[in-house]
Design a protein around this ligand. Structure first.
Ligand code: ADP
Ligand code: NI
Length: 218
């Protein structure tokens, strides 16, 4: 199987595994991350085979849905790629990227991505958490886990450990302050930074409108 066929097969695998998922990790999230990755990767010196595979497999199984177990995703990805006879170096690289990607709190120590490929994939995923799509995903996910949209009585929390972040119970609007508005400054690549600026401004406008409508001011 050539690389293009491996990517094609992997996209079909991700699509059939994640289609219809309701919490924001559905196939279309993976599709958008894949497209973001291809776009950002064009401006970088990276192995696009690794970038595309890691984008496609990055949410194949998430810690939030495995009682906090962060090892299931990389394990599934490895099994899948071994089935397709992908070489061991590429498999390890893809699995390392998936392991290191997830955001777990504003003040927790973020493990820096080790490779350029990892940086591109992380940016691609983070872009899908901001802007118009990010707003949609946040409210979809908030509803999925029974959160209120907003409560003026509950201030945002800046989590210092990944445990705190995982167990947070605040309303969805708080998530903007706890994560989404922080992502712009965490982008690794110039291309993603530029896209993030635009999406960030849009979220700020959204929050202004939201909060002024809340108080009947507009
Ligand atoms: P990703 O798959 O982009 O790495 P996550 O797995 O952290 O993102 O979360 C999936 C989506 O749900 C993202 O758009 C994220 O912003 C959103 N989300 C995560 N936690 C919350 C929360 N507590 N409230 C609202 N949205 C959330
Ligand atoms: Ni993701």
């Amino acid at each position: 199987m050539n690389k293009q066929e491996i990517i094609q097969k992997t996209s079909e695998y991700a699509k059939s595994t994640l289609a219809g998922e309701g919490s924001g990790h559905d196939w279309w999230h993976v599709y958008r991350v894949w497209k973001n990755g291809v776009h950002i990767g064009k401006d970088e010196e990276v192995d696009m085979f690794i970038v595309e595979l890691a984008c496609l497999l990055h949410d194949i199984s998430d810690w939030k849905f495995n009682d906090g177990d962060e090892t299931v995703g990389p394990k599934l990805a490895r099994e899948w790629l071994q089935k397709l006879d992908v070489d061991e170096n590429a498999i390890s690289h893809v699995c390392d990227i998936i392991k290191n990607m997830s955001f777990k709190g504003a003040k927790t120590k973020v493990t820096a991505m080790q490779t350029k490929e990892g940086m591109v994939v992380q940016d691609a995923d983070r872009l899908d958490a901001i802007g118009a799509i990010g707003i949609g995903r946040a409210f979809a996910y908030g509803g999925h886990i029974n959160r209120e949209m907003y409560s003026p009585d509950i201030p945002p929390q800046y989590h210092t450990t990944s445990e705190e972040y995982k167990n947070a119970k605040g309303p969805t609007v708080n998530h903007f302050y706890e994560k989404l508005l922080l992502l712009k400054d965490l982008m690794n690549t110039k291309t993603a930074q530029k896209i993030a600026e635009k999406r960030h401004t849009f979220m700020e406008r959204f929050l202004d409108e939201f909060l002024s409508e809340w108080d009947g001011r507009s």
